[in-house]
Design a protein. Structure first.
Length: 161
C-alpha cells in the first residue's frame, strides 16, 4: 500500500505511448507493461489483477505492492514516507535522531550510470537499498564516494555494518 497519495495524475498516464529511455539512471526505464492499454493487468509487473472472488478486476491497473514499488522509484515523496515509516528519522550510521534527515542510497545510484537498460540492477532502487542518514553522516558518505569514484571499489562495503 503506497503511503503517499495516489493521485489522479497517475490515471492520466494510462495508455501512454512507450517512450525511449533517456538513459537517466536515477529514473530507470519503465517496463513495457506500464504502457498497457488493458485494464485489469498490472502496469508494473504485467500480471493480472484479481478480485477476492478470483475474477479479473478491470477497474484497477496496479497491484498495491507494485504501486508502492513504482512510487518508491519515481516519487521522492513516497521514498521519504517509506523511509520515515521504517526508520523514524534515526540515522543508520551514528544513530542520532534529527528532524533534518536525508534519504540515502546505500549502494549509490551513480554506480548504475552508463549501465545498459537490460543490465540495470534493480536492487539499487529498492527500499532495502535506502537508508536514513543525518546531515553530517550523509555529507561524509558523499565525500567518501567522490574520493572512491573511479577506483572501482564498491563504496557501500565501507558503510555497511
Ligand atoms: Zn503488479
Ligand atoms: Zn549520523
Amino acid at each position: 500500500m503506497p503511503l503517499s497519495r495516489w493521485s489522479s495524475r497517475h490515471k492520466k498516464t494510462f495508455g501512454k505511448k512507450k517512450e525511449k529511455w533517456d538513459g537517466n539512471f536515477r529514473l530507470p526505464p519503465k517496463p513495457d507493461s506500464y504502457y498497457t492499454e488493458t485494464k485489469g493487468s498490472c502496469r508494473w509487473c504485467g500480471d493480472v489483477i484479481l478480485k477476492e472472488d478470483g475474477t479479473i478486476n478491470t477497474r484497477k491497473s496496479w497491484h498495491e505492492d507494485c504501486a508502492t514499488e513504482y512510487l518508491l522509484i519515481y516519487h521522492s515523496g513516497e521514498q521519504r514516507a517509506q523511509l520515515w515509516n521504517r526508520d523514524k528519522g534515526k540515522c543508520n550510521h551514528c544513530g542520532c535522531e534529527n528532524r533534518t534527515w536525508h534519504a540515502d542510497h546505500i549502494k549509490p545510484l551513480v554506480e548504475q550510470k552508463h549501465v545498459k537498460e537490460k543490465d540495470l540492477d534493480w536492487s539499487y532502487y529498492s527500499l532495502d537499498n535506502l537508508q536514513t542518514l543525518c546531515k553530517s553522516c550523509h555529507r561524509k558518505k558523499t565525500n567518501s564516494e567522490v574520493k572512491l569514484r573511479g577506483k572501482r571499489k564498491p563504496v557501500y562495503k565501507k558503510w555497511s555494518k
